[in-house]
Design a protein around this ligand. Sequence first.
Ligand SMILES: C[C@](O)(CO)[C@H](O)COP(=O)(O)OP(=O)(O)OC[C@H]1O[C@@H](n2ccc(N)nc2=O)[C@H](O)[C@@H]1O
Ligand SMILES: Nc1ncnc2c1ncn2[C@@H]1O[C@H](COP(=O)(O)OP(=O)(O)OP(=O)(O)O)[C@@H](O)[C@H]1O
Length: 315
Amino acid sequence: MLAERAEAPGKVNLFFAAGPRRADGYHEVASLYCAVSATEVVTATLTRATGADVAVDVAVVPGSLVAQQEAAGSFSLDGVPTDASNLAVRAAHAVLELFPPLVGGLHLTIDKAVPVAGGMGGGSADAAAALVAVNRLAARVSGRPALDDDALLGLAARLGADVPFALTGGAAVGTGTGAELRPVRTGTALHLVLVAGTGGLSTPAVYAELDRLREHEDVPAPELPAGLERALATGSAAELAPLLRNDLQPAALSLAPELEDVLAAGRAAGALTSIVSGSGPTTAHLAPDAAAAQEQAARFTRRGLAALAVTAPPA
Ligand SMILES: C[C@](O)(CO)[C@H](O)COP(=O)(O)OP(=O)(O)OC[C@H]1O[C@@H](n2ccc(N)nc2=O)[C@H](O)[C@@H]1O
Ligand SMILES: Nc1ncnc2c1ncn2[C@@H]1O[C@H](COP(=O)(O)OP(=O)(O)OP(=O)(O)O)[C@@H](O)[C@H]1O
């Protein structure tokens, strides 16, 4: 059976500023995206099925944050759609439309390591990996050239603000809705402890809460602080720590107040900075080194939380 496999990383936003709500409902952002060593894998297989159907099944990656959430009873695979609303299915259709019709059906297997509705871009990573895997498969089956990187980036931007970054990985500044990327240099990889929430937060709901909290404020245009990119380029966690910020954090905390305790626990465990990742509820705790990250992750695990030490960007 013909199959192609591709990976895409989850992300944290080491810095995230959001401007006022635009007329189209989106917000102009200034984001410092960084990929983490928690990776989604999508395998696209050509099947004997007929019709243009794309079938999906989802598996949990052993040892991942999702596996820990599942063991604690705070996650079930039922929460991941397997119909046409799955972002990986939408990505597959976007690619297939640009090739001659497939003779046979398409099956996608998603190996999930990134928490669902966790603010780490898990669905976006599935979409990015599906774009790559289905592109390779469709090119092999049809004998046509595969779509080039620019074409895939164009499809990615139409699928969601975080999808282009999931396609490129590494570290990048995202502007516009977050989909306009400029790669940035990284030094030694950072050591982060990621702590998953016990539920999920809806991204549109968190943005709506941000608007509500800032209703009477004059919201400035988003921009990155001076020194941020230099600190990332040196890989100095101490230099980077005071510059980390997430404008969505007050909104995530307003919707999930229990995250205050998780942030405080991170600081008590020796994190240089603790922030909410993207729209939450995952929190990211910056550790001074790999050993400290392992120790902090173990402390969170002892409190019954799903926690994992990762490198950012992945080695
Ligand atoms: C919170 C972040 O993860 C930070 O990287 C992203 O901004 C969200 O990216 P995403 O989940 O890929 O977002 P999309 O699927 O494109 O949009 C979901 C919803 O988030 C809100 N949204 C998203 C991006 C953005 N720049 N402004 C927004 O207001 C909108 O309500 C939109 O309807
Ligand atoms: N492949 C997918 N994996 C997970 N959720 C998906 C997928 N496709 C669609 N969804 C739907 O999208 C919602 C948000 O999923 P996702 O895991 O991408 O959130 P997120 O990581 O918080 O997103 P982001 O950080 O990009 O805002 C889920 O609750 C689910 O209903």
